[in-house]
Unconditional design. Structure first.
Length: 136
């Protein structure tokens, strides 16, 4: 059964999501989950490449890993929020860290936080929620 939300999504341009995660497996999993739901998925396996893609493509949302070599997700998101071109793009942390560790993140560092243990279905729900709120 096709939901009203999916019908609406099929009638408008594909929403672009940038996934920044150093795990190719996670990027592949998120792509496989989101593309059939009408998303166009860009991905980067490090923060520096992700920042370049964000500035070049201005995606509708960014899914950000927290633990990455070189520049972590918190630092990357701070950088994105300081640049005019990317400041308003919602960023969802998608992390394998524990709930206790996530509770220690700086307040309002991310628009949403989803634990990887909750699965890509939960990520998609939060992504839809953020994008719906942004469109309203």
């Amino acid at each position: 059964m096709v939901t009203a939300r999916r019908q609406e999504a099929e009638g408008r341009r594909r929403r672009v999501v940038l996934v920044i995660d150093d795990s190719v497996a996670v990027n592949t999993l998120v792509r496989a989950a989101l593309e059939p739901r009408g998303f166009e998925v860009l991905d980067a396996t490090n923060a520096f490449a992700g920042l370049r893609l964000a500035a070049a493509h201005k995606p509708d949302a960014i899914v950000m890993d927290l633990d990455m070599p070189g520049m972590d997700g918190v630092e990357s998101t701070r950088f994105l929020k300081r640049i005019d071109e990317t400041r308003d793009i919602p960023v969802i942390a998608f992390t394998g860290q524990s709930a206790g560790t996530v509770g220690q993140l700086p307040p309002h560092a991310f628009d949403r936080i989803v634990l990887k243990s909750a699965g890509v279905e939960r990520l998609e729900q939060e992504l839809e929620s953020v994008l719906d709120a942004r469109a309203a």
